[in-house]
Design a binder for this molecule. Sequence first.
Ligand SMILES: [Zn+2]
Length: 267
Amino acid sequence: MPDASEAITFLGTAGARFMVSRQLLASGGVWMDLGGTQILVDPGPGCLVHAIRQKLNPSRLDAIILSHKHLDHSGDISVMIEAMTAGGTKKRGLVFAPGDALSQDPVILHYLRSYPERIETLVEGGTYEVNDISFATPVRHQHSVETYGFVFQTPRHTFSWVTDTKYFEGLSSHYKGELLILNVAMLDSKVPPRYLPLPLDHLTLACARKIIEAIRPRVAILTHFGMKMWRAGPREQAERLTEETGIHVIAASDGMRFDFSRLENEK
Ligand SMILES: [Zn+2]
């Protein structure tokens, strides 16, 4: 009997380099159990440690997906490939990553590229399969390295994850579903001078609101918080967005498990 339960666990919710360097929030990505198919997305620093603490077994992973090669997303990717393949002794599992994470300045070490069953390169407009789950990378994001967000399709649900990007016209039109995950690194676009010249290539809370209002999912989950967003209180910001949009917005927290059955209770 196929397992119909679906849940995602946020191993960490820290976004961008300052939060990750200081570990005020954990980093490490998101573990999805989609009807028994185990998919890990963006295994940042600490992923292996947090997965084990959550009693999630890396040797059961079916796939590892990387949105882009920035270290807060990819720090543990080679570690997790090794764990997925029992140290390279079992050729198993799929790995998906943008081309520039595999070519110049690669974040996936060459010596373990033969360990997984297959490594697939993500491209704009691509669709991919892991067991009975499919996912699409509809549009290349505006970020300093090659970056994609995802639309996942399971036998039971459609959901999207808008990963790191600068906001651009038409962004929302590429994403859909009952659940929307958003990387909201920035509270607003005012950056302290000591951090400049950092590229302003992340979503702010105002951008998140625009995307939520355009897609109107049943539930939106905010994650990948930068310093200012963290100081402002992600939970308070999510409550405010819920009031403003009429859509249930949740701030992810480290170790939070979201069960998809919760979507049935939302209108
Ligand atoms: Zn990034």
